[in-house]
Design a binder for this molecule. Structure first.
Ligand code: BG6
Length: 493
């Protein structure tokens, strides 16, 4: 087992992600005794010093985390700051004595984790500037670099970015973070499937009718209109988070759980996605954009009125797609995937719809067998099936058997960023996206990007609804309907 004693260098230390996610994650790891010898060096253009950086991080932690003055002081004493002009290679020279000093002080043997929490335009620049000072070489301790989403903007730019980073860091040093893979419930999919004898025999085209994956959010684009408009639901959620979830549902069991065999199976799924044709993007894809509405008595802006969004934007805030996986296990089973902002609930879930019995003995409307895997919130797994309605006759009604994560109250569950930061420090890349899978995912979505570029239709939907009517029609073509989940799972029966 590798040591996680190291210095964590955060580029973009004055930005939002640092104080909202990274510092709180590191704080909790520290609080739970998962970090021992470590230091955090914040790096950005803003002129701060160790004290002012600590003060800012302390304020952020006080707002979101449960703290005690002692733990807060102890944690903050590990924080340091170095102002650097991040696009000027010479300026990175300032990091050399700082890192020497910190490695000596904390006995961290030169082990360094770089985190690029910066605008993507710097993802190619930072590795080159680090290399200019030998800060990428592993002669004295390991050097790893975490790259935040978006990894490229399309297939071509993702490849270019890879080439840029690979000039200075080898693949084993690169950790592409997709925070969905850090979610406990996403990882649980593997355990659910591969550690139980009864799911796997049914987990294929012989028994499964179709699969639904929903990543719904009730919030709009908030303060991120500028970023979001260049991205849209496809790049923001679908190409990465939802395709990764789909891969977890569809992958073959790896021979062993390690970074390579796991990621081999994920990559195979991405490569097996049936390429989207012109007919698919016209008939099996729906893009949408929310319009203003009143929700719970409050006026909610439409996407075009959001800050940072051009008044004529055609960026989609919703997308639904019917796709297929061309392999032995899944041939012919449709996967319906949708995501959107300003939908009625915040809920991420997977629904496995099983085929009905070959002959309806009791009634034509016997309930479907479904397995609902709730990723968030109210994390749960629910099996839905039919049982006899009490009374005369043989009418079936739907009942459920539920498991809720909250019932494991005594277990300490790491948040996605806590888990992934810890894994990167330990050198475990299992839950990080590998370059081949990322490229295959971009390749798969390229026809959608082309469709958007060439004026493909973007439907309107009212904020607070389940997306455009066209999305209902998309699934209704095969006589199916989307599940309309609420934020809460049904109570136990
Ligand atoms: C981010 C997207 O990657 O994921 C956001 O950029 C989105 O737009 C977020 O809101 C959703 O993450 P979660 O963990 O809240 O489902």
């Amino acid at each position: 087992m590798q040591t996680n004693n190291n210095c964590i260098v955060i580029f973009g230390a004055s930005g939002d992600l640092t104080h909202r996610k990274l510092i709180p994650a590191l704080y909790n790891l520290f609080k739970f005794g998962r970090l021992n010898q470590f230091s955090v060096l914040g790096v950005a253009r803003t002129e701060l010093n160790d004290e002012t950086f600590r003060e800012k991080m302390r304020e952020a932690l006080l707002q979101t985390e449960e703290t005690t003055p002692e733990t807060l002081d102890a944690f903050c004493s590990h924080l340091y700051y170095q102002a650097v002009n991040t696009s000027d290679a010479a300026d990175y020279g300032k990091l050399v004595p700082r890192l020497d000093e910190l490695h000596n002080k904390y006995q961290t043997n030169g082990n360094t984790l770089y985190y690029m929490s910066t605008p993507p335009s710097l993802y190619g620049v930072i590795p080159e500037c680090l290399a200019a000072h030998g800060l990428n070489t592993e002669e004295n301790g390991w050097k790893r670099i975490i790259v935040e989403k978006p990894f490229g903007y399309d297939e071509k730019t993702a490849k270019e970015l890879d080439i840029q980073i690979h000039r200075f860091f080898k693949e084993h040093q690169i950790y592409r973070i997709d925070h969905y893979l850090g979610k406990e419930t996403v990882q649980n999919l593997l355990v659910l499937r591969f550690s139980n004898g009864w799911f796997e025999p049914l987990w294929n085209r012989n028994f499964i009718d179709y699969v639904e994956i929903t990543g719904a959010e009730s919030i709009g684009v908030e303060e991120r209109g500028g970023y979001y408009d260049g991205s849209g639901a496809m790049r923001d959620m679908f190409q990465n988070h939802l395709l990764q979830v789909l891969a977890m549902v569809a992958m073959e069991p790896p021979a062993i759980i390690n970074a390579n065999s796991m990621r081999d199976e994920v990559a195979k799924v991405m490569h097996s996605l049936r390429p989207l044709t012109q007919d698919d993007v016209e008939h099996n894809l729906v893009l949408g954009q929310y319009t203003a509405a009143e929700i719970d008595g409050k006026e909610v802006k439409g996407y075009l009125q959001e800050k940072g969004v051009p008044a004529n934007s055609r960026t989609e805030t919703f997308m639904a797609l019917r796709c297929e996986i061309e392999n032995w296990r899944w041939a012919g089973v449709p996967f319906y995937v949708r995501t959107g902002k300003r939908l009625p609930a915040r809920v991420t879930e997977i629904v496995i719809h099983f085929k009905t019995t070959p002959h309806p003995v009791f009634s034509q409307n016997a309930p479907e067998n479904k397995l609902i895997i709730r990723i968030q919130p109210d994390e749960a797994i629910s099996m839905r099936f039919g049982l006899k309605k009490p009374g005369a006759g043989f009418e079936a009604k739907e009942v459920s058997m539920d498991f809720r994560y909250a019932d494991l109250a005594d277990e300490q569950v790491l948040t996605a960023y806590e888990r992934l930061l810890l894994d990167a420090m330990k050198g475990d890349a299992t839950l990080f996206a590998r370059t081949d899978a990322v490229h295959a995912a971009w390749k798969f979505v390229q026809p959608i990007l082309d469709y958007k570029e060439t004026g493909g239709r973007v439907h309107e939907y009212e904020a607070g609804t389940w997306g455009p009517v066209a999305a209902e029609k998309l699934i209704a073509k095969s006589g199916r309907v989307w599940r309309k989940p609420s934020g809460k799972m049904k109570k136990k029966v």
